[in-house]
Design a protein around this ligand. Structure first.
Ligand code: PMP
Length: 441
């Protein structure tokens, strides 16, 4: 770290001519200039900032400005960026070949570690993205129950497979296509939605349709409409309702897995799902995701059983060692206590700064995830999230970017803190936010 430690002053309005040129060039070849919609700044306006390096808790744009990063590549970077141990493991694995298309011990090493963290699960299948994981779990749930319908929650996001693009959170909200063109209506019809944190609505839906519902899918802590924790009893009720109607309960822990605590939210809340989707942290920043469950369900997946699912790069050695090295750090004594404490410090500090300035701000944190919403009242579901002041968030986002803080470019996204962040980063963020809030209109 030499000249790369420069960070913009907390009062500067940063000019980014190279970033603008990069984006103009990208528009000529990449769809919308990006490879995933939320990166296009559609929700906050302005020109997407191009990045050329990320290190520890910081990220650098192509103009040489460094920012304290609270996106962490949308969750995977739990150790910060380019952690030296992960880089070393990846380098060593890469020298042995990138992908074999055949079994290797790295897959079993990571499988054993993940399963040891998730009691009640004895089999895992690695895939390459969270979307694949959720899509595959639905297929398995349908096959295992012989039923077609699934229930999801408004504002939960389970990737972009057809069945899940119904009232979805994350980029699907901010781009105004909750039901994307191209999704076959019959496929969408098999997906029913209920409001998050509303078990009675699930109970009523199940009373009418329970014998046709294969699975209830839920983000146990919702991270795609800001950060919305489950209210006490919500997940417990879902467990009971699923048991009563013979439906499978699926926790989508793509975001929360190994992020809110060792294992995932199921370890902390004590409610055990039938199947779990994982992603993000388990791949340590490389493309890996997974689904896990008991042998009675998972052994229905090919080749042990008839439910087909495959992948050219699934379980590739580089992603497996990145995940393994990352989780070995997460497993260390006190890791989540420190991460959770730091994230809470940020949430509490931001809330206090806002209150002191008369700005209505809600903040939530669970483990290494945080959310903010410019709203008078707490956010408990998608309607509340939609009613928050997203224009104010956009203004705040740009004010913070200019002060050297990289926040999610949408008020519907969670913030991610890493173990590379320190109290100094958090305290500087709170200070910058206080000054940014004074400038809000
Ligand atoms: N499920 C959840 C809860 C997610 O947050 C995401 C992505 N943010 C996905 C699934 C999809 O994962 P991917 O982007 O890797 O396809």
């Amino acid at each position: 770290m030499t000249e790369s430690t420069r960070e913009p002053s907390t009062t500067s309005t940063t000019s980014r001519p190279r970033s603008e040129a990069s984006h103009r060039r990208a528009l000529g070849s990449l769809v919308g200039g990006v490879n995933s919609p939320v990166r296009a700044f559609g929700a906050v306006g302005g020109i997407p900032v191009s990045v050329d390096r990320a290190e520890g808790p910081r990220i650098r744009d192509v103009d040489g400005n460094w920012y304290v990063d609270y996106v962490g590549s949308w969750g995977p970077a739990i150790l910060g960026h380019a952690h030296p141990d992960v880089v070393a493991a990846v380098r060593a694995a890469a020298g042995d070949g990138f992908t074999f298309g055949a079994p290797c011990d790295h897959e079993t090493d990571l499988a054993e570690l993940i399963l040891s963290a998730l009691p009640g699960n004895d089999r895992i299948r690695f895939v390459s993205s969270g979307t694949e994981s959720c899509m595959s779990v639905i297929r398995l749930a349908r096959a295992a129950t012989g039923r077609e319908r699934v229930i999801k929650f408004a504002g939960n996001y389970h990737g972009h497979s057809d069945a899940m693009l119904v009232e979805a959170g994350s980029g699907a909200v901010t781009h105004g296509v909750p039901n994307s063109p191209g999704v076959v209506p019959d496929v969408a019809r098999a997906t029913m939605t209920c409001p998050f944190n509303d078990a009675d609505s699930v109970r009523r839906t199940m009373e009418r349709n329970g014998d046709s519902v294969a699975a209830v899918l839920v983000e146990p802590v919702a991270g795609n409409m800001g950060l919305v924790p489950p209210e006490p009893g919500f997940l417990e009720s879902l467990r009971e309702i699923c048991d009563e109607h013979g439906s499978l309960l699926v926790f989508d822990e793509v975001m929360t897995g190994f992020r809110v605590g060792w294992g995932g939210h199921q370890r902390t809340c004590g409610v055990l799902p039938d199947l779990t989707c994982l992603g993000k942290v388990v791949g340590g920043g490389l493309p890996a995701a997974a689904y896990v469950g008991p042998a009675s369900l998972m052994d229905q997946v090919s080749p042990a059983g008839p439910v087909y699912q495959a992948g050219t790069l699934s379980g590739n050695p580089i992603a497996m060692v990145a995940g393994l090295e990352t989780l070995r750090h997460c497993e260390r004594e006190g890791f989540y206590e420190r991460l959770g404490g730091l994230t809470r410090r940020l949430a509490v500090g931001l809330r206090k700064s806002a209150m002191d300035r008369g700005v209505p701000l809600q903040t939530t944190s669970v483990g290494g995830m945080m959310g903010i919403a410019f709203s008078e009242r707490p956010i408990r579901d998608f309607d509340d999230a939609r009613n928050a002041d997203h224009e104010r968030y956009a203004e705040f986002f740009h004010a913070m970017l200019d002060r050297g803080f990289w926040l999610p470019p949408s008020g519907y996204e969670a913030w991610f803190v890493s173990s590379a962040h320190g109290e100094d980063h958090v305290d500087r963020t709170i200070e910058a936010a206080a000054s940014a809030m004074e400038d809000l209109s």
